[in-house]
Design a protein around this ligand. Structure first.
Ligand SMILES: [Mg+2]
Length: 331
């Protein structure tokens, strides 16, 4: 069956039947608006992220279920980067008429599976026919205690710079796919099925450990640049301290030029944050408690000192890879 046979309202009825509203949601799918309540003393966080076929994904490289999961994770990652708790998701779909309904059901199952993983409810959305590519637009709402919001602007000279997990895995997988090769399974899962650092972000904010935070979606240096710009600071980054996974390290040993993917590759969905030196012991404890490695990769310096990055051997890099910019080079 194709979407054209089912019709928009038939498809919405399918989504409504699959999505069960949880606590905190007064009214979910089925009216003109969702109605929800923000707990007393908390603020609402809202973010939106779009995945566009042949720009962000190819249907022959991934599965509808993983696509659904990823469309949720990339939004939850932004809520995590503020330190919040994700609560509601809104799903917008632009669907080419030729896409089988079975594929949409799989995509929806992936969305609902990821929503359940992160404790969020699918609270609404919109669907329409797309004359072009498949478009998946997810909006996420989260909440956070009024005095716990972590912005990009809070870094100060002397703060240490940390990143969670490992860098470059997703970009390396994408490079393999683009070269017509099958990525190593761990790298492939980092690209197709990234996990948002939801619990880590909440704890970094809740325990007041992070002074500034951002998630790594455009590449380490690009996202560091956003954070430093907002904080009006510079940074020194030690390339030797960048956390790399075993499969990435193995590939790097064969081709040292791949180091640029750890610095500039996108879609890691790790948390990049700054913390005062006195938070070091608490961060070691938090890494152990969450099981997520936290690596100190550099130091915040005054803006006048700019951004300097060394390679794996400690030599200053004179040319830095740029991160992902959707508009650059397209006009
Ligand atoms: Mg972000």
């Amino acid at each position: 069956m194709k979407l054209g046979d089912l019709g928009e309202f038939g498809f919405i009825a399918r989504i409504r039947a699959a999505a069960r509203p949880g606590p905190g949601l007064c009214l979910g799918i089925g009216d003109d608006c969702a109605v929800s309540e923000v707990p007393a003393g908390e603020l609402l966080l809202t973010t939106t992220d779009m995945l566009l076929e042949n720009v962000h994904f190819r249907r022959d490289w991934t599965s509808p279920r993983l696509l659904g999961r990823k469309s949720v994770a990339v939004n939850v990652s932004d809520i995590a980067a503020m330190g919040g708790d994700v609560r509601h998701l809104y799903l917008g779909l632009g669907v080419p008429v030729h896409v089988p309904v079975a594929e949409l059901d799989e995509l929806l199952a992936g969305v609902l599976e990821a929503a359940a993983d992160y404790g969020a409810d699918l609270a609404g959305g919109d669907t329409c026919v797309s004359p072009g590519p498949l478009v998946i637009s997810v909006t996420a709402e989260g909440t956070i205690a009024r005095d716990r919001v972590v912005q990009r602007s809070g870094a100060r000279p002397g703060d240490a710079i940390y990143v969670s997990g490992t860098l470059g895995d997703s970009a390396l997988a994408l490079r393999e796919l683009q070269a017509g090769r099958t990525p190593e399974p761990f790298l492939a899962s980092r690209h197709h099925d990234p996990l948002a650092r939801a619990d880590l972000g909440r704890r970094l904010a809740g325990e007041r450990l992070a002074t500034a935070m951002i998630d790594v979606s455009d590449g380490l240096l690009a996202d560091l640049g956003h954070l430093l710009w907002a904080s009006a600071c510079g940074a020194k980054i030690a390339g030797a301290a960048l956390p790399l996974s075993p499969p990435f390290s193995a590939a790097l040993a064969a081709d040292p030029a791949l180091f640029s993917l750890a610095l500039g590759g996108g879609e890691d969905y790790e948390l990049l944050f700054t913390a005062p030196p006195e938070a070091a012991a608490a961060l070691v404890h938090l890494a152990a408690a969450t099981g997520i490695p936290l690596s100190r990769i550099g130091t915040v310096v005054p803006a006048v000192d700019g951004v300097s990055v060394t390679d794996r051997s400690g030599h200053l890099l004179t040319e830095l890879p740029s991160g992902h910019d959707h508009f650059r080079g397209r006009v």
